[in-house]
Design a protein around this ligand. Sequence first.
Ligand code: MLT
Length: 336
Amino acid sequence: MAGGLSSVFRWRNVIAAGLVAVTVVAASAQTLPAQPWPTRPITIVVPFAAGGPTDILARVLGEHIRADFGQPVLVENVTGAGGSIGVGRVTSAVPDGYTISAGNFSTHAANGAVYPLKYDLQRDLDPLARLPSNPMVVVTRKDFPAADLRELMAWLKAHPGRATAGTAGAGSGSHIGGVLLSELAGGLLQFVPYRGTAPALQDLVAGQIDLMVDQAANSLPQIRQGGIRALAVAATTRLAAAPDIPTAAEAGLPGLQMETWNGMWVPHGTPAAIVEKLNHAIVKALDDPAVRARLAPLGLEGPPPGESSPEALRALQDSEIAKWWPIIRAAHVTAE
Ligand code: MLT
């Protein structure tokens, strides 16, 4: 009996000590200050050449993130293989919020159907925020013998395989847009891959290639300067930034509809608090009238209110993968 009582006391002591320990741990968890973040530079990996639409978005928003957090934001252009190399770099980075993947419809959706990727676009990256979208425009070198989209289609049919179309690499938005145009014209374009649409556009202005299905943000400055000719915007409505360009339907090709949506991601496993901080900084930047004034003349608009959350980008990415992978596979778009 005495032995029994003493063991009861012993257990009471153990339980009491345990309770004290739990209370101390809980108290210290409450009073510990949150880890400061960021404490060093953040890198945004752009998977295309400098000066193109993805690069412009990253630099404009990166400037805001820098001002918000008081840390440098570096933009690193890691190009090649339709942007899949740059995205791969981020999937293998430490998930601490210091490495961000900027990308779009092609790099974060289409490429999964084009390349044998060593990463999974939906599993290995966590969405940060949806960014403005950009309609595609059909543009030609300024002396191409077609004054409008109908004349271009007639020329392509009359000269099979002769026209060259610049792209940002296999699977890029400019390539998929070109494939759509090519299919509507009977499969007659020769594609010329670059490391981004910025260098492709330079060659279009120089007359080295014939045409592009390009993001408005890339082409509009040269359209305005007369360096290239715009034949149609691949959207149901005209661009507010360039109302003179007819829609593809108005120009005789209603089947040509495509826009490039954009976003930012971090490596999977990045702490939720950091994702939230970055999302707030990006949404704040997109609400800034100065940022809108910089992006709107390039046809970069949206996202619609409430659609810039990580969840909205995840839903968009998932639905675009479901929509485009079968189309891309049926069109036999490959990395070669
Ligand atoms: C770029 O920045 O070069 C483009 O976003 C590439 C593309 O998707 O066509």
